[in-house]
Design a protein. Structure first.
Length: 344
């Protein structure tokens, strides 16, 4: 049985990288591969502390090599894409030099304001393949002499079906007639939490922010939530709930990010049949042009309120069908087979 290792800073959580990596692992297993997960933190098979971000220590290439010993291919999940922990990126690159490796990029340095001008680029090697999650990233890498395959994020169309609306709203203390707007993101600067809160308030809805506070945004978030214009709910697992529960409980979804490499909520909201307000960050705008998604603006709370009170079933049908036909996780095994063929 061929063996693959998935390597990242952290795996097994609700973030987009972990979710997509889990899908890749399941697809590989469906293809007859054994899968080993390696990360600095998370519920994984092998913990290499030096891979964790935020960084506590630096890993040695020998540690990484030992962790993935015996694997036929290594899939590096966003760990070599940004200069978040350069020592970890360098250790992984050194350990995999000349060996079959797929660098799976979700974000690239020139896409993030704080990394522009850093001069840092993902490492490359003739034995490696690069996979990105949007066309913009593929074009940018090509301009830098690196060929990349585009493999967008995907979702199981039935993903949201297990969500329990009534139970979730009872746990949260949300009344039957209370509008609930979900922001299914972390609390970090580029997610523009203040704008999500403002939309919920303008829609006369409770605001639910699910993710952790990271990247030093604790003080910024505290200021935003000091005197909120509407009721605020935080967290998901703390309430004994899942993300499908969150979408089931919500009446509308907002994604106010200034930048996303893709934006998993675009797919999640569609299969959950919830109206979605989106800031047209570059990748979202590209997807909207290419596929014709029906999304709301992020600065129109009245439009969200109307979409909640009077659902546009035609738009919800269209978004759901687009995801089912173009972003279905069932296509992943065949897509991965083609990518693996290029490095093995």
């Amino acid at each position: 049985m061929p063996a693959a290792a998935l390597v990242s800073f952290r795996l097994g959580g609700p973030d987009g990288v972990s979710v997509a990596a889990s899908q890749w692992a399941e697809a590989l297993q469906e293809m007859g591969w054994s899968v080993l997960t390696v990360a600095g933190s998370g519920p994984v098979d092998v913990i290499v502390p030096g891979l964790a971000w935020p960084a506590v220590t630096d890993p040695a290439p020998e540690e990484v090599a030992a962790a993935v010993e015996g694997c036929d291919v290594v899939l590096v999940e966003n760990l070599c894409s940004l200069p978040l922990h350069p020592a970890a990126s360098a250790a992984v690159a050194a350990a995999r030099q000349g060996r079959p490796t797929i660098l799976h990029h979700y974000d690239l340095p020139w896409e993030r304001e704080r990394f522009r001008g850093s001069g840092w680029s993902p490492p490359d090697d003739p034995a490696w393949a690069h996979v990105v999650i949007n066309q913009l990233a593929a074009r940018a890498l090509a301009e830098r002499g690196v060929a990349a395959t585009v493999e967008p994020l995907r979702i199981d169309p039935a993903w949201a079906a297990v969500g329990q609306r009534q139970r979730a709203r009872e746990v949260l203390g949300v009344a039957d007639d209370e509008r609930l707007v979900l922001q299914p993101t972390r609390a970090i600067p580029r997610k523009r939490v203040a704008d999500g809160l403002a939309l919920a308030a303008a829609a006369d809805a409770t605001y639910w922010l699910t993710g952790l506070t990271e990247e030093g945004f604790e003080a910024g978030l505290a200021t935003i939530l000091d005197d909120p214009p509407t009721r605020v709910i935080r967290g998901v697992e703390e309430h004994g709930l899942t993300m499908p529960d969150a979408y089931a409980a919500a009446d509308g979804v907002v994604l106010t990010s200034a930048w996303e490499g893709f934006g998993l909520p675009l797919l999640e909201a569609a299969v959950a049949r919830r109206p979605l307000a989106v800031r047209r960050y570059p990748v979202a705008a590209d997807l909207e042009r290419a596929h014709g998604f029906a999304w709301l603006p992020v600065d129109d709370g009245l439009a969200m309120r109307s979409a909640i009170d009077h659902p546009d079933r035609g738009s919800l049908d269209r978004n759901e069908a687009l995801v089912r036909d173009c972003f279905n996780v069932s296509a992943l095994p065949s897509r991965l087979a083609a990518i693996l063929e290029g490095v093995l």
